[in-house]
Design a protein around this ligand. Structure first.
Ligand SMILES: [Zn+2]
Length: 494
């Protein structure tokens, strides 16, 4: 029962503060008045949206919330997202103005030759810091805040729709209708053809890799044999139990991004950040299997029939130019590397990766099947979405979230497929090998501190262009905090 769930003080404080903000005359004046939710319902719903998907799937059937209450909460989140976004955009704009002001002052003083070295240094620092702060605010407005609210909405959708969906699933199992679902022939994985002509994509994948390298978009490969071997073996084991008809080519990239992607033709790329973020084998296999499914279903090919690789990557490079070039423009990179937010994930074309809402759902279903067929627990895939949202926070998590938004339909698709799959006695969640591999990774991470040539595990962070500046006034946001803490920093939760 949601009503008896352990109340989280922080969320309640933030929620209370938000309710106050939203009914305040300056923000709520144009809104038609809505009857507020009783506090116990509000608290219970606020807590439910912070509950992991798998737990929520189990509990939603007992939920006593009415459709009207859930809708009221949805409206409330819409309003608070609105306030949150507007505030963040205002902040970004104000920083932009400060930036312009400092630039102007620098220009004028330089032109009139009245500037001292100390003044120049101060102005350089101001410009550098405002840029960092402005970028951070813009990223929150563009990615983190919308994603955080999307995640909340998915949970509300689940509460509302899952009980009826569960009944339908039971009926389908009872009547045998589930066997006729698309790709329902799971006993024939490896012998069926999802989409004909996988091997025709090899050339396209190679071309893409070549283009990405020549445009400087590809991070370097991780320099750790043991980690690479572990990931390769795991991915090959999943590939061998999938519908793959091309060789699987696995590369581990030395980058902080929590991301993985597959290029057409069987080229799988996994970022170190993802390897650090997963908690067990089943979560990692879930992501790998999902990416393999994009290859077996030829999503990249189906989405980019007309476009050429070069034209797509040229667009990516234009975005990438802002991010990857050095010097003064490299401040963005400096910030990005600090937070592991930007990177390949932000510049890669969704077309090339075969990412669309429908294809994601298909890849979710097939990925769950491949995970199961390889003997791993497919629930790890669903678990990973919560892990990204709650523990890693929305900053580092945004890479995978950008291409894989956590909308409810995909959670449903994965969960339903799990219900339809034949039972297996022992599904692997975590192995000793995984724990060993993660300690290898930790070793690698610690190497960064020592940064001796013998331990080149991580690329060193870019140095800021102007040295010895005061630290920028960044938005203080810890992974795991509710996103409201970013928008309403005066909240009692801090
Ligand atoms: Zn995908």
């Amino acid at each position: 029962m949601f009503q008896v769930w352990r109340a989280k003080k922080i969320q309640r404080c933030v929620a209370v503060l938000l309710s106050g903000l939203l009914i305040a005359p300056q923000t709520g004046a144009q809104q038609p008045p809505r009857p507020p939710l009783p506090p116990e319902v509000f608290d219970a719903l606020a807590e439910a949206v912070e509950t992991p998907y798998l737990e929520l799937f189990d509990k939603a059937a007992e939920s006593e919330f009415s459709a009207a209450q859930i809708q009221r909460m949805r409206d409330y989140f819409d309003d608070s997202e609105d306030v949150c976004l507007k505030g963040m955009k205002r902040k970004a704009k104000a920083l932009d103005k400060d930036l312009e002001k400092a630039r102007k002052e620098l220009r004028q003083k330089t032109n009139s030759r009245t500037i001292s070295e100390a003044e120049r240094h101060d102005l350089h620092c101001t410009i550098q810091n405002r840029r960092i702060e402005q970028e951070q605010a813009a990223l929150f407005a563009k990615h983190s805040i919308p994603l955080a609210y999307q995640h909340k909405e998915a949970k509300l959708d689940l509460l509302e729709s899952w009980p009826a969906e569960l009944l339908r699933i039971d009926e389908d199992i009872e009547s045998g209708a589930y066997l006729r679902r698309e790709h329902g022939d799971v006993e024939d994985i490896g012998f069926r053809e999802i989409v004909e002509g996988q091997n025709k994509d090899i050339k396209r994948g190679q071309e893409a890799i070549y283009e990405m390298r020549s445009l400087g978009l590809m991070p370097r490969e991780l320099d750790d044999e043991r980690v690479r071997t572990y990931v390769d073996r795991l991915a090959q084991a999943v590939g061998a139990r999938s519908d793959l008809q091309v060789p699987l080519n696995v590369t581990v990239l030395d980058s902080d991004e929590i991301n993985a992607f597959a290029l057409p033709g069987g080229y799988l790329f996994i970022h170190r950040g993802l390897l650090e973020a997963v908690e067990n084998d089943s979560q990692l296999v879930g992501v790998i299997a999902h990416e393999i499914a994009h290859v077996t279903a030829r999503h990249g090919h189906r989405l980019m029939k007309r476009a050429t690789i070069a034209s797509i990557l040229y667009q990516a490079a234009q975005v990438g130019a802002i991010i990857f070039t050095g010097g003064a423009v490299g401040i963005g990179t400096y910030y990005a590397l600090q937070y592991g937010f930007y990177g390949l994930g932000l510049v890669l074309s969704l077309e090339l990766l075969g990412v669309s809402r429908d294809y994601e759902l298909e890849a979710d279903r097939l990925g769950v099947q491949y995970t199961w067929n390889a003997g791993y627990d497919p629930r790890g895939f669903i678990e990973f979405f919560d892990k990204m949202a709650t523990e890693e926070g929305y900053i580092r998590g945004a890479s995978w979230f950008r291409t894989h938004p956590p909308f409810y339909a995909r959670m449903l698709e994965s969960r339903r497929e799990i219900a339809f799959l034949p039972r297996k006695a022992e599904l692997i969640v975590e192995t000793d090998k995984f724990r060993e591999f993660q300690s290898d990774l930790e070793f690698c991470t610690e190497g960064e501190e020592r940064s001796t040539p013998e331990e080149p595990c991580r690329p060193t962070l870019l140095e800021p262009y102007e040295k010895d500046c005061p630290p920028p006034d960044k938005i203080d946001y810890e992974p795991g905090q509710p996103i409201e803490a970013v928008c309403f920093p005066a909240s009692p939760s801090r």
